[in-house]
Design a protein around this ligand. Structure first.
Ligand SMILES: [Zn+2]
Ligand SMILES: [Zn+2]
Length: 395
């Protein structure tokens, strides 16, 4: 029923009086109180458990993995079986459910995600979204690939029919006790099991992949929802028929789909390609960043060491330069001193030499003059003797 086709009288009622919420609350009250009235037996417990598993499978393998994500193919008649079983779990029609679920993936944890615990709180993500009148009608534009089948549009509109049939069967099998346990308690447990995936699976568990939302993997939720608890895997790669990506991730819905594929009922089960399993691993990103910061730290350490070594080399070079300057200065001083000493010595030697030369010249001159005087005296006496010798001869 679209927003336009909802009766005006329903739209005018306060939120808590609108039909889906009233039904929701009444079934809860009945499921809590009536088991004490009708009692319990093996048959009713088997009905409760069997119908829980069957309808959880209708939601996970049918509404979710087939209608919302098209993760495998099947025939038109089995497609209707999937729609029927899913609808018997009282979560409205397949087109309504799968269309809104596609919105959940497109706008995960943004204001347009209709059941994000991050946006509207835990309880709204758990039950508010399905009981609130805001999302009552089916928007066929969200799911044109299945809206083209008239039988699917029919069951989407009369989604309560499979539940009515199921209730009648429970009555046929185990009377009112069968109705209370099979249609009441089992339905309520199935609701909360499914809704945990919208609420708890975005809050509680671990994250393997860096998705843009808050989805988590949780083995407890995977057990009670037949494999839907690997929700972080699912947000990482939503088109896969298996949500447990590894053998230890229990995924009962996928095992049954494999069995149905062997029987030829379904085909072309999609699995995540190998690179998808390794892409965007949370640990890998942290490891890469740790390696990067480790490399950076070691580079910084080497830089500091190099700077220290350069600083020490500069200091030691400056020290040697100072020492060399001092040594050169001392050498110059000592050379100047020696030069002065040498000059003094040369000056003394020169003056001594001059003195010695002067006295030697005087002595030589004196001796020469003495000998000259003696020679003159000898010549004069010889001349006088000669004159004397010649004079008597004339007489
Ligand atoms: Zn989700
Ligand atoms: Zn999904």
């Amino acid at each position: 029923m679209s927003e336009k086709t909802r009766p005006t009288v329903v739209k005018a009622l306060p939120f808590w009086l609108q039909t889906s919420l009233i039904g929701f609350v009444l079934i809860h009250v009945a499921s809590l109180a009536l088991p004490f009235v009708v009692g319990v037996g093996l048959k009713s417990l088997a009905l409760c458990f069997g119908l829980y598993v069957m309808r959880m499978w209708g939601i996970t393998a049918g509404y979710h993995r087939y209608f919302a994500h098209r993760s495998y193919k099947t025939s038109r008649w089995f497609q209707f079986v999937l729609a029927w079983v899913g609808a018997s779990s009282v979560q409205k029609g397949p087109l309504w459910w799968a269309g809104l679920h596609r919105m959940h993936h497109r706008w995960s944890d943004t204001p347009r995600d209709i059941h994000s615990p991050k946006q509207r709180g835990f309880w709204y993500s758990h039950v508010g979204w399905i009981t609130a009148p805001d999302h009552d009608g089916t928007d066929l534009a969200l799911i044109p690939d299945f809206a083209k089948y008239p039988e699917l549009r029919w069951i989407d509109r009369f989604h309560w029919v499979p539940f009515a049939v199921l209730t009648a069967l429970c009555f046929a099998i185990d009377g009112w006790r069968g109705v209370v346990w099979g249609a009441g308690v089992s339905t309520v447990l199935g609701w909360h099991g499914t809704f945990f995936i919208n609420s708890l699976a975005h809050v509680w568990g671990s994250r393997r992949y860096e998705t843009t939302d808050t989805s988590r993997n949780n083995p407890v939720l995977a057990l009670i929802t037949l494999g839907e608890g690997w929700h972080n895997n699912h947000h990482h790669y939503m088109n896969s028929a298996n949500q447990g990506f590894f053998w230890w991730e229990v995924d009962v819905s996928y095992y049954t789909l494999r069995a149905l594929a062997l029987l030829g009922v379904v085909r072309d089960l999609r699995r995540p390609p190998a690179h998808v399993l390794r892409d965007k691993l949370v640990g890998a990103a942290e490891l890469a960043s740790a390696k990067f910061s480790g490399a950076r730290a070691s580079a910084e350490l080497k830089l500091i060491e190099a700077r220290t070594a350069v600083g020490q080399a500069v200091e030691s070079a400056e020290l040697r330069l100072t020492e060399a300057r001092t040594a050169v200065g001392q050498a110059v001083e000592s050379a100047e001193l020696r030069l002065t000493e040498a000059r003094t010595a040369v000056g003394q030697a020169a003056s001594e030499a001059r003195t010695a030369m002067g006295s030697a010249v005087e002595n030589v001159t004196l001796a020469a003059e003495t000998r000259l005087t003696e020679a003159r005296d000898a010549v004069e006496s010889a001349v006088e003797s000669a004159v004397d010798a010649t004079a008597p001869a004339k007489n």
